[in-house]
Design a protein around this ligand. Structure first.
Ligand code: SF4
Length: 353
């Protein structure tokens, strides 16, 4: 049996409370008769110290520990498998109730340890370059399931950055995503700096406005082409939420310092990396305080697209720089462990389909 498999049998009749915020924890504990204030102590044990056995919770009295044991499952959902790349990145696969699978990828880089998490099991957005898209949508993830993707991995306490950029479109599950991120950022939670948390979206106007106005996190928008017809082919969402309108909204409600705005640009060889693309990207983003991340495409079996060569990546970066656009090249990581978006989970969806 996989060492990460959660003990489902043991916890079957207990309420799963790992991942709740302090308000919901307080409600749950008061309902079973714990004294007020227990929620803060419990949050520190299960989120900060990662202690799930009540016997070790030395600042709790006996009756409180008994109530916790009787009513609650305190552990997160553990991953069912992990793959490790030769470049140091890892990919964790989670199975949630109802055969919903989701992945989290851990990416070390210098002093940074970034965790890329999923917001949904599968995705409805249908991007033509994405493996997750070809296996459809299998359900939302609750905020507790999103929290488990951090809480359930052995490196949890060393993670410095979180990006919501795995499977799913975060704005299609925004309430759960924001609730989970608030647990990540809270001092009683995982205490990850708000400036180290980024949500990546294809962009929907009304939800974008809500995100900008009501959350403290960084924003990354998937651009991938400045030309509407081509972007529709790559990302069908362009038909209902054109990138022009997303950029217009960002001009109306700028992301102010210290938050950061970036645009993700997946480089597909011979498709979206011409001089015309560079000029049009520069024109579209002119005057906006932002950064462009160039991401060379990670090939997967059956894909219509080819990864760009190093020379193509450099050339496109230089063309953008020549037009005044600041870029970073995000090298593909974990190709040997199928780290392209949704590959591991896609395999599991095939198994259950
Ligand atoms: S790229 Fe992201 S938004 Fe598009 S289909 Fe894949 S998971 Fe969904």
């Amino acid at each position: 049996m996989c060492p990460y498999m959660s003990d489902i049998e043991d916890n079957i009749n207990k309420k799963f409370i790992h991942g709740l915020d302090i308000h919901d924890l307080s409600q749950a504990l008061l309902e079973v008769g714990c004294s007020p204030g227990t929620e803060l102590k419990l949050a520190v044990w299960i989120y900060r110290k990662r202690i799930f056995r009540t016997g070790a919770m030395s600042n709790m009295n006996k009756s409180c520990r008994r109530l916790l044991d009787e009513h609650f499952s305190l552990e997160p959902v553990w991953p069912i498998s992990v793959s490790e790349s030769t470049d140091g990145s890892k990919k964790y696969l989670f199975r949630f109730h109802g055969n919903r699978y989701a992945e989290a990828a851990l990416i070390p880089s210098g002093k940074r340890l970034t965790l890329c998490i999923s917001s949904q099991a599968g995705c409805q957005m249908g991007c033509s370059f994405c493996q997750t898209a070809s296996h459809g949508f299998h359900g939302q993830l609750s905020h507790q399931e999103i929290v488990s993707q951090l809480a359930g991995i052995p490196e949890c306490s060393r993670v410095t950055h979180v990006v919501v950029m795995g499977m799913g479109e975060p704005f299609n599950n925004l309430d759960a995503v924001l609730k989970a991120l608030d647990v990540f950022a809270a001092p009683w939670g995982f205490a990850i700096g708000k400036r180290n948390i980024t949500v990546s979206t294809v962009g929907f106007s009304e939800k974008l406005e809500r995100f900008i106005l009501s959350s403290p996190y960084n924003l990354a928008v998937s651009l991938h082409s400045p030309f509407s017809i081509q972007r529709q082919e790559l990302m069908p969402v362009e038909k209902i939420a054109p990138i022009e309108s997303v950029v217009a909204l960002l001009r109306q409600h700028p992301i102010l310092k210290p938050r950061r705005l970036s645009f993700e640009y997946l480089l597909l060889s011979g498709v979206n990396n011409t001089q015309q693309h560079a000029v049009a990207v520069a024109g579209m983003l002119k005057g906006l305080r932002c950064h462009v991340n160039l991401i060379p495409f990670n090939w997967f079996p059956g894909s219509l697209y080819k990864p760009p060569s190093d020379a193509e990546v450099q050339l496109f970066r230089d063309q953008l720089a020549g037009c005044g656009v600041t870029t970073t090249i995000r090298n593909s990581r974990g190709a040997d462990i199928e780290a392209a978006c949704g590959l591991l989970a896609a395999r599991r969806f095939q198994d259950v389909e």
